[in-house]
Design a protein around this ligand. Structure first.
Ligand code: A3P
Ligand code: MG
Ligand code: MG
Length: 401
């Protein structure tokens, strides 16, 4: 079933016909100057261990360890595939680890505070409130408009140019903040069910590449003998602003480059098929670089390091792609290139659209957005629908609220 069919055959909620749609084309709608986007600033980090357990620390942050000659190497990405440990993809994680980090990091939010019931008398001045211990104070809100994963923002940025994959997400407004969570489209689910063993193995190559070029903090060099375990991860949480919208989002980061002297030290690692022809180079610029750019730009990562592999899964050379240079590289290589201002103006319009159409603050009320290439983005309201009520009870009933 295609995305279009899945939208069409979906049982419509009675309010859907009244819901406005968001136009995602034509592109000239978004051909305005680049909107204000504040440089993302890190407000925290956390790690997920080999058992996917949360730790409020940097234990999983790895160091980039380049090969002696990045222009000539031989990394067999098939090596050790039999012993690889795969994260259980059937466990839906929603925003849970991000919410867990928020709950453990409330000092990172300049919150609107009110004295908790019985903690102090009415008429207390703001200064007097500040002198009380933080335990005596209650949050009203996180004073943040949007909370989500970086991956969702990456996909939203790419919508104006996406020709293949649809997108589905749910938005819940809770205590003044819009929580946004991606859901798998019907066609993605189907595609996953039809994955061949060869495709499955190829999906693992990216993770094996990471193992060849990163070292644990504690060790000196990469260890490619141990199993790759995709449960492990290191996440950064950043705060940014897009015009009037304040954003807090989490992002999984591959490693840091300890030799980088200034600015953001994080590095994004990628693999890609060796480029032999002009046509392949153009496709690489049109379809891959936009995703790499959007993913890294959002968190201020300065460089993507790509391992170029052959069809047999052997990486032969590494190449650095400064994120800043990706739009120009694309512009010089293809006709009708993707443009950063178009991507960000669309994202801004989307966030405007969410704010102006979702006004009810209710953790049990999800708004499900659906989009497919060539279509407008539509949404429907789902009340008390377990499938989309992604905010866990432990977050909703947090005693700090
Ligand atoms: P490659 O992108 O090098 O193929 P990331 O690059 O975002 O850190 O992701 C690491 C690896 O996870 C990817 O490496 C790929 O192997 C796998 N991966 C990421 N997103 C995926 C997706 N949507 N489907 C399948 N595999 C994915
Ligand atoms: Mg990664
Ligand atoms: Mg990567």
């Amino acid at each position: 079933m295609t995305m279009e069919q899945s939208v069409g055959s979906h049982k419509r909620h009675s309010t859907e016909s009244a819901s406005p749609a968001l136009k995602t084309s034509p592109l000239y709608r978004f051909e305005k100057s680049f909107p204000y986007f504040r440089e993302p600033g890190e407000i925290g980090t956390f790690s997920l261990d080999a058992d996917r357990q949360f730790h409020n620390d940097k234990r999983q942050l790895k160091s980039y360890f380049p090969p002696k000659d990045p222009g000539h190497c031989r990394f067999d990405l098939k090596h050790g595939y039999e012993i690889m440990i795969h994260k259980d993809e059937s466990v839906k994680e929603y925003l849970h680890t991000l919410l867990q980090w928020i709950m453990e990091s409330r000092d990172r939010f300049v919150v609107k505070k009110t004295p908790s019931k019985g903690s102090c008398s009415s008429g207390m001045t703001e200064d007097a409130v500040k002198t009380k211990s933080s335990d005596d104070l209650k949050f009203q809100s996180l004073s943040t408009d949007f909370v989500c994963w970086r991956g969702l923002l990456t996909k939203l940025l790419c919508v104006p140019y996406e020709k293949r994959d649809g997108l589905m997400l749910a938005v819940i407004k809770f205590r003044g903040t819009y929580y946004m969570c991606e859901f798998e489209t019907e066609s993605k689910k189907l595609e996953k069910q039809q994955t061949t063993p060869r495709q499955e193995q190829m999906c693992a190559w990216g993770f094996k590449f990471e193992q060849y070029v990163v070292a644990d903090k504690s060790s000196e060099r990469p260890d490619t003998s141990k199993p790759v375990n995709t449960n492990e991860g290191f996440c950064t949480i950043v705060r940014s602003r897009l015009e009037s919208h304040s954003l807090v989002f989490g992002a999984e980061v591959d490693c840091e480059d300890p030799w980088r002297k200034q600015g953001n030290k994080y590095v994004e690692l990628k693999t890609s098929r060796l480029i032999d022809t002009q046509r392949q180079h153009e496709n690489f610029c049109r379809f891959k670089l936009i995703k790499w750019w959007a993913q890294s730009f959002l968190v201020g990562i300065p460089v993507v390091i790509c391992g170029f592999r052959d069809d047999n899964g052997v990486v032969h050379c590494l190449q650095n792609y400064p994120v800043k240079e990706m739009p120009a590289l694309t512009k010089d290589s293809i006709r009708q290139p993707w443009k950063p201002n178009v991507c960000f103006n669309f994202l801004k319009d989307f966030l405007d659209f969410v704010k102006s159409n979702i006004t009810e603050d209710n953790e049990r009320c999800a708004h499900v957005f659906r989009w497919g290439p060539g279509k407008d983005m539509t949404y429907e309201r789902r009340d008390n629908d377990e499938e989309f009520n992604f905010l866990p009870q432990w977050f909703v009933s947090w005693d700090a609220w």
